[in-house]
Design a protein around this ligand. Structure first.
Ligand code: ATP
Ligand code: MG
Length: 503
């Protein structure tokens, strides 16, 4: 038996699997020696890492294609727009033919069902939004760049609003709540919350106003994303949801926390699955270092917790980043599949990261890992995954298969056009137009023809006493109590302090 075949034997699987490629030893690839991830293990998560230009994005494309083929929906961040090619057939070139032959792949040009989404309005995809209430204080603190004290103050403010049944839909709603609490009229309320200094509340208010000035208000509001829209099938294939993020690069904290919100939402809404034959959804966190850099302890704990727990909901999470050391150890240790593209070892820091990466792999008689990790070709990776039995597979220097869809962007115009024709367009393209949660509450309770609320009062929206006026109104109180209304859903806070709704 060749060394290649010996390694590949560790990847044999009875159930369906994602075919990654073929094993190389001493520079020789054996096309029958296959490296694969069992579909039943994809919810044990994974990492795709490597220096720039080494093939990470193509690996994500390959994974997404095969998940889709197996009826598994996929959500991925398309940071550079180059994953949009998933929606079109790939090009049959000599290089593709050679790679197919090397990896024992019956390659055929294939297009996949893709829906193009954006975070907030003003992007090229269908806009997704979260309400402030649902986003919760921990994630919002990350976006606002708050310190730990400010973060816990924001938590108390949310708690106050929750307990008063005040839905915070957009940044304006939160702004008016904080304005109320820091006003003369709100002093008593502020005292009631306990532990909130008016100056800290003022700092939060300023951060919020800054966020709004930078266009951050485009991401909060309604209609809020229904997670079910990410878990679709078309013609037996899982739909690939691509979050087009190019326009967000100026605000990476927002993009990474929005993804984390999505994950928490999925966690809150999906039923417990236990062991699954194949995942319900796979979530790819590209540029994962953005999620972890400058994160508070609370935030990091919550990520760790979410990654740990979400597996039981049948969801797989793959992080993608340049260095595995970008990922905290508590998270790293939960990632069952490792696809490590070439690392650079130019600087002493590089060398350290390399040595640490080598330590995270099982020992192997076939490779000098330190050497292997720096000499991998483009579209090659050092891989270990979990076998169907849950044991780590042998380390395999793998030549990866080529994606079957287009390895390039389809361009912004084509993305925009596809998004405008998507069936989600009608549902999400327009922000539900209203000035604030409070106004909407009043209108629901008092339809315009019954003049329960005279004009002058309605125009005083920004005035400090407004919260009390609204809260004091008995019609509003009964509205808040009534079941079945989206706004009256009981709010309890789960992971990340994102709100858990009764659905
Ligand atoms: N599996 C593959 N099959 C065929 N070609 C590949 C494969 N992986 C990488 N390549 C080639 O290498 C190029 C770079 O790959 P890719 O864009 O995936 O790198 P990357 O690691 O995502 O880089 P960056 O960090 O700059 O985003 C591709 O455009 C493609 O030509
Ligand atoms: Mg890339």
């Amino acid at each position: 038996m060749t060394a290649q075949a010996e390694i590949a034997a560790g990847y044999a699987s009875e159930g369906a699997a994602i075919e990654l490629g073929a094993v190389l030893v001493d520079g020789t690839v054996e096309s029958t020696a296959h490296v694969r991830i069992p579909l039943s293990m994809v919810n044990r998560h994974g990492l795709v890492a490597g220096a720039t230009g080494t093939g990470k994005t193509k690996t994500l494309q390959l994974l997404a294609e095969q998940l889709s083929n197996n009826g598994v929906p996929v959500l991925m961040a398309d940071v550079k727009g180059d994953l949009s090619g998933l929606s079109q057939q790939g090009q049959d070139s000599d290089r593709t033919k050679t790679r197919a032959a090397d990896t024992g792949d019956d390659w055929q040009a294939t297009a996949f069902p893709v829906q193009f989404l954006s975070i907030g309005t003003g992007g090229i995809g269908v806009p997704l939004r979260a309400s402030i209430t649902s986003f919760g204080p921990i994630l919002l603190s990350k976006v606002l760049g708050l310190n730990d004290t400010q973060e816990s103050t924001l938590g108390l403010i949310f708690h106050w609003a929750d307990s008063k049944g005040l839905p915070l839909l957009d940044t304006k709603d939160l702004r008016s709540v904080i304005q109320h609490l820091t006003s003369d009229e709100g002093k008593a309320d502020l005292k009631g919350i306990g532990g909130v200094s008016s100056s800290t509340a003022g700092v939060i208010l300023r951060a919020l106003v800054n966020l709004e000035a930078q266009g951050g208000d485009r991401f909060f509001g309604e209609p809020e994303l229904d997670p079910a829209d990410l878990m679709r099938e078309r013609d037996g294939k899982g739909v690939v949801s691509l979050l087009e993020l190019a326009e967000l690069q100026g605000n990476p904290a927002l993009f990474s926390t929005f993804l984390m919100w999505l994950l928490a939402e999925l966690f809150e809404t999906l039923p417990e699955e236990g062991d699954v034959e194949k995942p319900k959804l796979v979530f790819f966190f590209d540029e994962a270092h953005l999620l972890f850099s400058n994160a508070s302890k609370a935030f990091l704990d919550q990520i760790t917790q979410t990654v740990k727990l979400i597996r039981s909901k049948g969801i797989g999470v793959f992080f993608c980043t340049q260095l595995p050391t970008d990922i905290p150890n508590d998270v790293l240790s939960q990632l069952g599949a490792r696809v490590q593209h070439a690392l650079r070892a130019f600087t002493p820091d590089d060398q350290k990261a390399l040595a640490r990466t080598v330590k995270t792999y099982p020992t192997t008689p076939h490779y000098d890992l330190e050497k292997a990790l720096t000499s991998l070709g483009i579209g090659e990776a050092v891989i270990t995954v979990l076998s169907e039995k849950g044991a780590p597979t042998p380390v395999a220097w793998t030549r990866l298969r080529a994606p079957r869809s287009l390895m390039d962007t389809i361009g912004n115009d084509a993305i925009k056009q596809a998004a405008s024709q998507s069936d989600l367009h009608g549902k999400y393209s327009e922000t539900i137009d209203r000035e604030s949660a409070y106004e909407q509450l009043m209108q629901k309770v008092a339809p315009p023809q019954e003049e329960h609320f005279p004009e002058p009062q309605r125009q005083e929206k920004e005035e400090p006493g407004m919260v009390e006026k609204v809260l004091g109104n008995s019609a509003v109180k009964s509205f808040l109590r009534s079941a079945g209304s989206a706004l009256a859903r009981e709010i309890t806070r789960g992971l990340f302090g994102t709100s858990r709704k009764r659905r």
